[in-house]
Design a protein around this ligand. Sequence first.
Ligand code: UTP
Length: 223
Amino acid sequence: MNIVVKLSGSLFKPENFDKLKPFKELFENFHDKGYHLILVAGGGDVARKYIEFCRKFQVNEGRLDEIGILASKLNAKLLASLLQDKAYSHIPENLKEVSLALESNKIVCCGGFHPGHSTNAVAALIAEYIKADLFINATDVDGIYDKDPKKYRDAKKIKEIRVQELFKMLSEDKMIAGSYELLDLLSLKILERSKLKAKVLLCEPKEVERALLGEDVGTLIIV
Ligand code: UTP
């Protein structure tokens, strides 16, 4: 099983560091069972705060994206360091490097690649490139809702959603550095064209474990 797991950038806030130990154990355990795992770290608060600060100085969007990419790579390096010899120590810069890294049979940790998209898109691109069996987007909500659950109390969780429906929901999103939402348009395009199996769920070790075991958790995206 080749599985790509995008880990929310919020996991790498120092106040959430205690969650990293159970994640380390989870990934080591599944690696030992023979799963090929590619973990993609989000940029989180560091990316957002650095970008916000630099934007006040009219730094252009491409350069702001580069800051976000570096923050995500730092988070990926943290993850790879915790996984020690179970992880490939280099953080891949592109898809070719990811597939080379996979030949090591170690857990591969990645951050961002290029300006203009999110780490979700990176995870989708990797899933496509390596023909992953599953793409798990572990984020700060427990699935996709019909409206923003942080703003609306009556928002309802969706068990299964068509990618075309998501296009409609996301097409009005602004594409500016630091603010690519749950799944940006590029991620959706990739899911659609390669008919990837994708799940959106809460970034908690138990939930990710259930998804790795193939259990019904979060929201399933279908093409
Ligand atoms: P993320 O996509 O991780 O944003 O990268 P995030 O909001 O922290 O994601 P969550 O919290 O995990 O959901 C942070 C920023 O880095 C730039 C973008 O500006 C993005 O908003 N980035 C990241 C790129 O430009 N290219 C990449 O390949 C990755």
